[in-house]
Design a protein around this ligand. Sequence first.
Ligand code: ATP
Length: 213
Amino acid sequence: MAEHSKIPQATAKRLPLYYRFLNNLHLQGKSRVSSKELSEAVKVDSATIRRDFSYFGALGKKGYGYNVEHLLDFFRKTLDQDEITSVVLIGVGNLGTAFLNYNFKKNNNTKIEMAFDTSSEKVNKEMGGIPIYHIDDLAKHLGDIKTAILTVPGLEAQSITEKLVEAGVGGILNFTPARLTVPEDVRVHHIDLAVELQSLIYFMKHYSPEAEE
Ligand code: ATP
């Protein structure tokens, strides 16, 4: 991400959310948007939105709101949307297969270029038009891809992570339940679907308005 050093991490995490919504507005032919509209659409309070946007030098005018085109321009550059970012997927199981078929076609400019697995039923085949190679051939095929999606069994996750890091990967989106150990300069974002679901159910039970009565 360009200029990331100036933007706080919490703000940076919301950029893709803003980008997607603004892109939709732009496609609908809207040229401006108020922080209130944005706030309702992306479910972030408007004070936070105004603070976030102040980091981009995109201060809205009172009674006018934000210029959609100007913001989109900024987001495109900051999120590197001008160029396609190649991603690799490791583990073509149920979840991995879903990702290969989905491949972020509608959303943005990230693209899964190749996948790796160990199963002889999967290796040397294609899924959703993406080639699947054997994990032992990682270094041979990876090229300069720096981003990986990990959808392997939890027990395999750490050793594969080490191979990925050795091959030059700097960012891992970890869908396994395993907590990964990586060098300081490697970034891991962990998405444990089971934990997220459990947490949602817990909050529904204990923090819904009825539960507070
Ligand atoms: P499936 O029904 O295809 O087994 P799943 O998501 O339940 O799907 P998992 O056991 O989680 O399967 O494994 C996910 C995928 O990771 C499988 O395709 C498996 O072959 C692959 N896999 C397992 N070990 C490795 C490894 N060391 N390197 C790469 N891929 C691996």
